[in-house]
Design a binder for this molecule. Structure first.
Ligand SMILES: [Zn+2]
Length: 721
């Protein structure tokens, strides 16, 4: 890695987060793959040697769990998805130089060799660990096989990550109130020897690494906090069959496979190696990238920052590999303010988008230029239409078409003139904007360098009114007219203006290519340029286009209102269906804010042995006022059949009596509760638990669900302020 600006004279590799070979791709997934593809193309436009590699993530418990449900072997299950992804990516012009998968020989060998290197260097040790176990299924419960409560934030979490709460990676044994996802029964913890990677020894190295890391600020700031809190060593083995075998044979480890997050990022290296072997190392040398000082750029979702900024660089450093130069972590795509959900069909599917007949470049443009990379983007068809019709059709498409049509009609191509100084300088500015945008890891700014130049072109053509400058004896043609077929009749002044505009059009094509490669190539061909615009360097934006070209056609199509209305209705229907199902359990990794309503008051209490850190996020008084907190009196309390912890209570809050479900059955003598005052969050969304509606949340503190109350004369129904 270096700190020289792009382009450097060292080879680069760009990666995106590996697609998990587990289900259909939706637009939330595509944001990362398209983003990394655009970034790689932009690097190449700068003249940087760069490869874009990735592969399917085949291992881990979600694949094993889902394959089991379908009654197929995990390798066949994962391979099937892998092949579907391979077929989908080109349809969005996502152009991988190599796309492998984590179960192939290259990755298996490389993973085992890296783990061996770490072991040889003394970074791996064995330690007994509490492993969740399902006695009914007689099976250990690694990762997704177990669910429970995050020990850090108290949110619902899966075995290895708190994806709906604090986003932390969770180690085996950490999850509280463990429940088997196989049988739904409470799990036991059993002690087992496992292998650990000494991440804690890399604190200083990682601090330094983060100080030099480029990319988005979220990929630096969050990990700094984790390092400050103290890094824990990382359990890198699991009790299961599906995965890459732990390579060091020391007797104890023969049943263990490596944790999926060990071999998944190594696929970045394996895939680069496969590419290098295919084209020859004289063309592209994977070892120069990964073991020398090449430029490594990861584009990932913000939910996997910890894996990429802590574990991954520590592994690379420990095994003697090069460190990433830049990590850009994207926000999520949401619909109706909620995370996309595969299992609830709350998504726009990749194949569905194409079936609606939209060009892939439209989605590429929308996903890369709407908001910054770090921002969450709430997808609506209206916003998509507005962006496409405004920026692509209205600005870029309109400029391209009117320029080329006018040039074709009046000059049969590029007029014979020099580009004016004003336009030359404006294109130079756009080139500089593009270069800065790439070095800032801002795809939005890459896109803007093209659209603002096209905007300038529109203003320029409007300002100079070339249609008034052509032979005044004849009728001036308009962009909207059919070609006349007449002989060229341009004047010198019109030639100058149109010469400038054709140059701008060519420059816009080069600048827009990383984002909208297919459309940019279309313009390229209309200009009669040779070769691929994708292989054209930024500086060529100032080189003269061919002298002649044919009549142009429009490259973007307006999205009509009735089409959007239809798609919106379809999506709203889908959101409503998903919401109706939201009380059910879900296994999608990007669902946020769904579980809260499934919880009752007392279960929200995290059983932390240490006190939770105070949150830095302050709220305003208005936010507090949004909480309708009331003094209540418990009227009745009884257990709920079939639920271990839950009790049904009736709570008088003055204006009415509420039925509330609370997780206090084992923690209180229920007979003692009637008559006790309590504090109730009255405007909590109702939720149904074990068939009982809970209409409010009792406030409680600590492991024992100690109910909050008042100590003075506050009367039932009074608001807590
Ligand atoms: Zn958490």
């Amino acid at each position: 890695m270096s700190s020289d600006e792009f382009p450097t004279d060292r080879p680069a590799v760009v990666t995106c987060g590996l697609p998990y070979a587990n289900g259909d791709l939706h637009i939330g997934h595509l944001r990362g793959y398209i983003g990394a593809d655009a970034f790689n193309r932009a690097l190449q436009t700068l003249g940087q040697q760069s490869a874009y590699v990735c592969g399917s993530d085949m291992h881990g418990t979600p694949v094993a769990v889902n394959a089991e449900e379908e009654g197929v072997e995990p390798d066949a299950f994962a391979l099937d998805w892998h092949q579907q992804y391979e077929a989908t990516f080109p349809q969005f012009n996502i152009d991988f130089d190599n796309y492998g998968h984590t179960h192939d020989e290259t990755n298996t060998d490389l993973t085992q060799s890296i783990v061996q290197d770490l072991d040889d260097a003394g970074y791996i040790y064995e330690k007994p660990v509490q492993v969740a176990y399902d006695p009914d299924a007689d099976q250990y419960l690694p990762d997704r096989y177990v669910e429970g409560t995050c020990p850090y934030c108290g949110e619902f979490a899966r075995g290895d990550e708190c994806d709906e709460g604090c986003q932390r990676h969770l180690e085996p044994g950490e999850i509280e109130d463990p429940v088997s996802s196989i049988t739904g029964n409470p799990a036991e913890y059993l002690e087992r020897p496992h292998k650990f990677f000494r991440v804690s020894e890399f604190s200083e190295y990682l601090t330094d690494f983060l100080d030099n890391l480029e990319g988005t600020s979220n990929a630096r700031n969050q990990p700094r906090q984790w390092i400050e809190d103290g890094l824990q060593d990382w359990c890198i083995t699991r009790d299961m069959d599906w995965g890459i075998d732990y390579p060091v044979d020391d007797g104890d480890s023969e049943d263990l496979v490596l944790y999926v997050w060990v071999d998944a990022p190594i696929e970045y290296i394996a895939s680069t190696k496969q590419y290098s072997e295919r084209v020859g190392s004289d063309q592209y040398d994977w070892e120069e990238v990964w073991k020398g000082d090449g430029e490594i750029v990861h584009i990932i979702g913000r939910d996997i920052i910890q894996h990429h900024t802590i574990f991954w660089p520590a592994m690379l450093e420990g095994a003697g590999y090069n460190a990433p130069r830049g990590i850009a972590a994207t926000g999520f795509i949401t619909i109706g303010g909620k995370g996309l959900s595969t299992s609830r069909n709350r998504a726009i599917w990749a194949t569905e988008y194409l079936e609606e007949g939209f060009h892939p470049d439209l989605l590429r443009y929308y996903l890369t230029t709407t908001g910054g990379l770090q921002q969450d983007v709430d997808f609506t068809w209206e916003a998509f239409q507005e962006t496409v019709n405004g920026e692509l059709v209205g600005t870029v498409g309109n400029f391209w078409y009117r320029t080329l049509l006018f040039a074709y009609r009046n000059f049969e191509g590029t007029p014979d003139a020099e580009v004016s100084e004003e336009v030359h300088e404006r294109i130079q500015d756009a080139i500089a904007e593009f270069r800065d945008a790439v070095n800032d890891y801002s795809l939005r700014a890459v896109g803007r360098s093209a659209t603002t130049l096209a905007q300038f072109g529109n203003e320029y053509i409007q300002r100079h009114e070339p249609w008034k400058l052509v032979d005044e004896e004849s009728e001036a043609p308009r962009a909207s007219e059919e070609p006349s077929g007449d002989e060229p009749r341009g004047t010198e002044q019109a030639a100058q203006v149109i010469r400038d505009c054709v140059q701008i059009a060519k420059a816009v094509a080069i600048l827009l290519e990383p984002i909208a490669p297919d459309t940019a190539q279309g313009l390229w061909e209309q200009l009669n340029e040779d070769g691929a615009v994708g292989e054209t360097l930024l500086e060529d934006a100032l080189r003269a286009p061919p002298e002649t070209f044919d009549e142009p056609s429009e490259l973007f199509t307006t999205i009509e209102d009735d089409e959007v209305a239809e798609l919106t209705a379809k999506l709203e229907d889908r959101i409503a269906t998903a919401a109706a199902e939201s009380a059910d359990a879900d296994d999608d990794a990007t669902d946020a804010d769904e579980r809260e309503t499934d919880d009752d008051g007392a279960n929200d209490q995290a059983a932390v042995s240490d006190l939770e850190a105070l949150t830095d996020d302050r709220i305003g008084f208005e936010d507090f006022q949004d909480l309708d907190i009331r003094v209540g009196r418990i009227e009745t309390a009884e257990g709920i059949d079939g639920a271990d912890d839950l009790a049904r209570l009736e709570v008088d809050i003055g204006l009415e009596t509420r039925q509330v479900v609370a997780g206090i059955k084992q923690l209180h003598d229920l007979d003692e509760l009637p008559g006790e005052k309590c504090i109730l969050l009255a405007n909590m969304e109702p939720a149904e638990l074990f068939g009982v509606e809970s209409n409010g949340m009792l406030l409680a503190a600590g492991d024992d669900a100690d109910l909050l109350t008042t100590h003075g004369d506050a009367t039932v129904g009074e608001r807590v302020r």
